[in-house]
Each structure stands twice: as C-alpha cells, then as structure tokens.
Write a protein that binds this ligand. Structure first.
Ligand code: F6P
Length: 354
C-alpha cells in the first residue's frame, strides 16, 4: 500500500459527459474509504501554475454533480506545462514550466494526482510521471477512439444526442423530399457517425476510415429515387478525408456544408445541412456513462492506494483493469472498414460512398 494522505485531481482536454461522475466517485472513495484529503486542480495541469487557485474538495462539494455535464474543475485543450505559452516583454514565448508544476503540487501537499483526460492529457501525464510525479490516468473522449479501453465515458451520451438528431432530421427530410446532411464529431475516427448512422437509420455514412466519392453518393441518391425514396439522410464525421474534387472547393469550415454543396451541385437536389458540433459534448451523461465514470473514478483511487503510478484505468472484456499510460498513449482505435459493424451496415444497404 502506498503512503498517501492527500491527492489532487484534474480534468484536461475537451470535456465529455461523465467527467463530474468520475470526480464525484474519486472524491467519495478517497474520503470515505481511505480518509485522504482531495484537492481539485482547476483547468487541467495549468491550474498548478497558480497553486492558490486549487481548492480542497469535500463530500459536500461533489454532492449533486453526478448528472451534470461538463466538469466542475474546468478544463482546457490548449494547456501543456512542457510547452506553456506566455508573454514576455510583449512577445509570446513557449516555456517548459513542468518543474514549477511539480513543485507546486508538492507545495499543496499532493502525494499523487488523478489525471482525467484524452490522449493529449495522458501524454502530458506520462511526461510528468517520468519526472517523478505520482500520477494515475482516467481515459476520456466522446470520440471513443482510444485503443487502450473498450469504451470511454461520454461516447454513449454523444451517441444518444447524435441519434436523436438523425431521428429528428429524418421526419423533416422525408416530408420535404430533401437530401439531409448531418455532420457529427469524430476528428480521427468515425465511431459516432457509424453508430448514430446505423441507430438513426441513415442511408449514407461518411467516415475518416473509408475513402468516398461524390459521384458514388449521387448515384446512390438516384438509385433510391428509382425505388421511390425521394429523401436521403447522410451522416458525415467531421474528420473525413476529402476527395480531390471537394478539397479544391474547401475554404475551411464545416465539412458537412462542403458535402451538402457538392451533392446539391452534382445531383441538382435540394440539400439541407445540420452541424451538430458541441451539442454532442454537452448535457447530462447517460446511465451507462455515469456508471462507467463511477467505476473509473473508484478504480483510479484504488490504483493510487496500490501504488500503481504511471497507469491508466481502462475497460477490457467488461472488467475494469489498468494499463501503463506509456503503452496507452498515441494508439488510436479507428473503425475497421472490413469489421462486423461496417459489414452489418452494408448488408442493410447503407452506402459509405465507396
Ligand atoms: O476529441 C473530442 C472532440 O469533441 C472532437 O470530436 C472534436 O474534433 C474536438 O474535440 C473539438 O474540440 P474543441 O472543443 O477544441 O472544438
């Protein structure tokens, strides 16, 4: 058993529904089971630049936060103590302030820290661990694209939000005989698009893992018209790799608009585009995410108690396990274009634009 009296906890990177459930579970387990003091670090590791901003978290502080989206600790996806941007003499410079961050964690009495975050935050956690900070990780991302864990909390809630949107788009699209494009999140992996597309009964799904052409999508729209379907729902992941013909037209901005314009011009159809954006990151976590987040929070405290520093909790074969952060970072879990889920979608006529 590690000799611990006080732990810190921080959330880094983009928020995800369930962060507060992890914080609540970790605070409760730390106080109730181990009688540790818990300190909340604001806005990721950057919060340790100003130690006076950290504050103790009591049981009362985490009361009522289970169903709340976002993170009560605040977060940032720009902060990195190894590449901290600051102004010096009116000029922006980048400095390594990791020593100060570690020193401040010790000044605050933290014997160990729980870092809740995605790939970027866990990379920072790994570097801080290599410099002597006792850290354990909790994985998070709505994109569900971390190899080390079967599921990340936040994904299920985002999937519900995206599926609900596709359901709603369905009725208006069908009524107006339109092509409806729905852009969902998924920077590197198409999990939200694929699963919301299947769950919402979309006809075309475009994901980063499968190259597509506008021509194939337009032919598919005509094929549908051939058997009396005068509307088509296209779900697009924000991270799709654009074919050459669309790359030329791109002026940045939402790819959903580009796909919508491309279909309208090529197929001469009426198209409407909805970009769901950060709606998918907000809102109350689903029961699945609340439970997974609670299991992760408790498991992180147990990892600290056992001295499992440099490790991250994860879900494998539906069991909570741990993996070393150094092995976990940098390995993305993307959709297998030959996988069962894609084959299932193809079997029911869903087009991937290829
Ligand atoms: O990684 C999670 C994610 O929601 C991605 O799907 C998306 O590309 C990104 O974060 C958006 O981040 P930001 O909050 O910086 O816009």
């Amino acid at each position: 058993m590690a000799d611990i009296r006080c732990i810190g906890i921080c959330t880094g990177g983009g928020d995800a529904p369930g962060l507060n459930a992890v914080i609540r579970a970790a605070v409760k387990a730390a106080i109730l089971k181990y009688k540790w003091k818990v300190i909340g670090i604001p806005d990721g590791f950057d919060g340790l630049i100003w130690p006076e901003r950290s504050r103790e978290l009591s049981l009362k502080d985490v009361s009522g936060i289970l169903p709340r989206g976002g993170t009560v600790l605040g977060t940032t996806n720009r902060g990195n103590p190894f590449h901290h941007k600051m102004m010096e003499n009116g000029v922006e410079v980048t400095r390594d302030i990791s020593d100060a961050v570690i020193a401040n964690s010790r000044k605050l009495g933290m014997d160990a820290v729980i870092s809740i975050g995605g790939d970027g935050s866990q990379k920072i956690a790994q570097e801080l661990f290599a410099k002597g900070m006792k850290i354990v990780g909790v994985p998070k991302t709505i994109d569900n694209d971390l190899c080390a864990t079967e599921v990340t909390f936040g994904f299920d809630t985002a999937l519900h939000t995206a599926t609900d949107a596709v359901d709603k788009i369905h009725t208006t699209g069908e009524s107006h005989h339109r092509i409806m494009v729905v852009e969902v999140m998924g920077r590197d992996a198409g999990w939200i698009a694929l699963e919301a597309g299947i769950a919402g009964g979309a006809h075309v799904i475009l994901i980063p893992e499968i190259p597509f052409s506008l021509e194939r999508i337009c032919n598919y729209v005509s094929e549908r018209e051939g058997y009396g379907k005068r509307f088509t729902i296209v779900v697009v992941a924000e991270g799709i790799r654009l074919p050459a013909e669309l790359k030329q037209l791109s002026r940045g901005g939402a790819v959903g608009n580009l796909i919508g314009d491309g279909i309208a011009l090529t197929a001469h159809k009426e198209v409407r585009v909805s970009v769901l954006g950060h709606i998918q990151r907000g809102g109350s976590p689903s029961p699945f995410d609340r439970i997974l987040a609670t299991r992760f929070g408790v498991a992180a405290v147990e990892l600290i108690a056992q001295g499992g520093f440099g490790k991250m909790v994860c879900l494998r074969n539906e069991r909570i396990e741990s993996v070393s952060i150094s092995e976990a970072v940098g390995h993305l879990k993307t959709v297998d274009p030959q996988g069962e889920l894609v084959c299932t979608a193809r079997a029911i006529g869903i087009c991937f634009g290829d």
